[in-house]
Design a protein around this ligand. Structure first.
Ligand SMILES: [Zn+2]
Ligand SMILES: [Zn+2]
Length: 133
């Protein structure tokens, strides 16, 4: 059964069953709230999510969007939207203890993506940092 937590560990959760989908979101709301160029989300039926420890703070990021984050360390954990995603809990994929369990199947909201993200996979890659010249 997948488990996950925020960075500081104050909030821990578990989810049962199979994800409904997993994607990488490029929308401006996710980007701004996470402070990251894109955000991985995995949706499960809302009833499958159980918070085992701690209490997330809820931020109303849009009319129907609710972003749940740790008030101690700031990690965004969950997203709920009764209008767009009824009965689903979107879990920020990278908060899973093993995010490798759920590979994203798609990128969404690319209409809002940062232009240079289109070529991010072509950037030079280093296992750590590049050697200093
Ligand atoms: Zn925390
Ligand atoms: Zn988004």
């Amino acid at each position: 059964m997948p488990t996950g937590r925020c960075h500081c560990g104050a909030i821990r959760y578990t989810v049962e069953g199979e994800p409904v989908y997993s994607g990488l979101c490029h929308c401006i709301d996710c980007r701004r709230h996470a402070g990251a160029p894109m955000v991985g989300w995995t949706a499960y039926p809302a009833a499958a999510l159980k918070v085992l420890q701690g209490r997330p703070k809820v931020y109303f990021s849009s009319e129907h969007g609710r972003r749940h984050f740790c008030p101690d360390c700031g990690t965004v954990l969950f997203y709920f939207n009764d209008a767009a995603l009824p009965a689903l809990a979107d879990i920020q994929t990278a908060t899973l203890d093993d995010p490798g369990l759920v590979a994203p199947q798609m990128q969404v909201q690319t209409a809002e993506q940062i232009d240079w993200m289109k070529d991010a996979h072509n950037l030079p890659a280093f296992e750590r940092y590049p050697p200093r010249g």
